[in-house]
Structures are given as structure tokens and as C-alpha cells.
Design a protein around this ligand. Sequence first.
Ligand code: PLP
Length: 381
Amino acid sequence: MYKKLISFIQDLYNTKGSIPLHQPHFDDKDKEQIISTIDSTFVSSAGPLVGEFEEEICNFTGSKFAVAVVNGTSALHVALELSGVELGDEVLTQSLTFVASTNAINQCRAHPVFIDVSKETLGMCPISLQTFLYENCELRDGLCFNKKTNRAIKACLPMHTFGFPCETRKLETICNEFNIKLVEDSAESLGSFYDESHTGTIGECGVLSFNGNKIITAGAGGMIITNDEQFALKAKHITTTAKVNHRWNFDHDMPAYNYRMPNLNASLGLSQLKKIKFYLEQKRKIAERYKNWAQNNGSTLFWEQKNTKCNFWLNTLIAENKEERDLILKKTNDALIMTRPVWIPMHKLPFNTLHQKVNLDNTMWLADRIVNLPSSVPDND
Ligand SMILES: Cc1ncc(COP(=O)(O)O)c(C=O)c1O
């Protein structure tokens, strides 16, 4: 099985040399765009391309507003803060996620509570969320409180893992019942849809990342997407040092952040976004080839749910058990093929062990079995 997997991946990428997990794909147009931005001298916080990038992300996702920032983590931080998360509050999130989700909660000086994920979506499990809220929480004057800790729960932060949309409508209904704001971590899911809605557009807001390992990149960058104009205006203000608009005065009306995306990054993001349809088609083709291989070799490739469309950012094999997972990782990495396990679950990280958590059986089951496979768009396509 290991030999067959190795030669399949080598054929897929047409090399016996090293194969990365996910590398960015650039062409001459990306390079021309960057040179033209450098020539314009508008490489930093001023320039027209940030606004253009925001507009094009709105057009692509169907979101009414978008606010570009320096990375996905800062977007998460601001999204939570503007959802009302304050010192000492709690935020419900999944343990099976990248550390940025809990870092953003910590940046708000709030406490994460770890909810289980579903084996069908890899994202937050609605039943686990509902059970936690029914058993532990109550509304006091319209605000949700955790009866055990006496802390307010202001937001819920699910994540669309590897681009597979979680059951967002169900999560939204549960959050609404408890007056909790739904913030979608869509950092990995640009181009993924739940029903007909782009991920990140169902909750109060969604967050995107344009890190170099994502489906499109701006070098670095993030975006908050929302349908709420006031939320978007506040996000723009607080991420741009809360500067009061004036032709020459430097006046600021609140403590704020310098999170604005530089124009140079926006220019690359814009150029990459023009190719998103091509990337999505290519990635689906790669996923289908992996799926056929898995079916013919008695393996399981994780696949999208019926009412969703996945961007197939990272293809995901589910091993039989931890031992098989470790062998796949060893054999493929020995052959210079970069495969990876999923992140160590957040509740296992030393700085998170004291936080409240529910039964995380699915999280631990998946953590023992997930292997991410090389998923870059091939250079020769
Ligand atoms: C799930 C998730 N959330 C947030 C982030 C943070 O994005 P960034 O690296 O742009 O800060 C990432 C990726 O990097 C991610 O995978």
C-alpha cells in the first residue's frame, strides 16, 4: 500500500524529487502585477488595490462587505472583539483546529471552551455544541452564561477544516437560541460552499487567510467578510489605527490596531483571485484522482457532504488507526513526499489544558488517523 501510494503521488506530480504539501502557484501575470505595484511606489498602507481586493472578494463570496488585514489571525482577533468578546468571556470553539483560532481567543483575554467535531465534516459538531449549551448554560437578561464558571459566552468559532464546510446552518440555529455570535473561521475554505452560501457568509462574519499555503495567496493577508455594514465599518476603523479622516491631521479616536493589509500584498491577492476558478477546477481533479486511488486500494479519502462544495485545499486520508497513520507518514516522508498529521488538538497544548472541554472522542479519533496529502496545483497544468 505504501509503495503504491508513493508511486501514485510521484506520478501525480511527475517527479521522484521532493513534493511539498502545498506550495503556491505563480505565473507571469502575478509577477507583472507585483512589479507594477512596486513601480507605483504604493507598496505599503496607502494605495487603491486594498479596496479593489476587498470588492473582488465580495463579488466572489457574495458577502456584502470585506475588510482586508495583515493575516488571518488578526482578522480572527478583530472579528471576535467586534462580536463583543471581552476580558474573561468564553468562546466556544473546536479542539481540532490550527492554533490561530485559540490564539485569537487568548488575544481577547477570553477563555476557549472546546467542543467536539463531527466525523462527517471535520468541523464543529452541532450535537456536541447543543449538548454543551443545554447542560451547562442559561440565558440571563438575554446573555448566555456558563453556569459552572459564571462567565458570559459571547461567540462560537467553528472552522471549515481543510476546506470541508461544517454544518453551519445547524450551528447558526443553536447559536441564535442562546444569543451567541457565530464567527466562521473560513481561513482554509475560500471557494467552499455550504448549500449555495460561501463559507463565512452565514454567521455574523467570516475570516479568510491568504497565507502562502492557502488556495490563493497574497504573501500574507487576511479578510473579514460580513453582511453587516456597521460591523464592517467598525472593523475597517479599528484595523487602521482608528484614524479620523482628514487631509493632513493625525487624529485617532480610540485605541486600535495597525492591521491594514499593505497594497503590495493586495496586488498579489488580486492577481491570484483572478485564477481562483482554475485553481478550484485543478484541485477538484487532484481530489478525484486521490479518491479513485483510495477506492482501488482499500483506503479512505475524506470527501465533501452532499449539500456542500469543498475547495479541496488539503486532501485528507483517514488511516485505519494510529499505527497505520504513523507508517504512512514515515514511508512517504522518507520518499521526500511531504505528508502531515493533523494539528495536536488544542486541548492537549500545555497552555490550554485547564480550559473547559466536552467529550472529545471524535476529535481524538480523527487526530490519530488524519494524513494530509500533497495537494498543490501542479506547475505544468
Ligand atoms: C484554521 C485557520 N485559522 C486561522 C489561520 C490563520 O491565518 P494566518 O496564517 O493568515 O494568520 C489559519 C492559517 O494559517 C488557519 O488554518
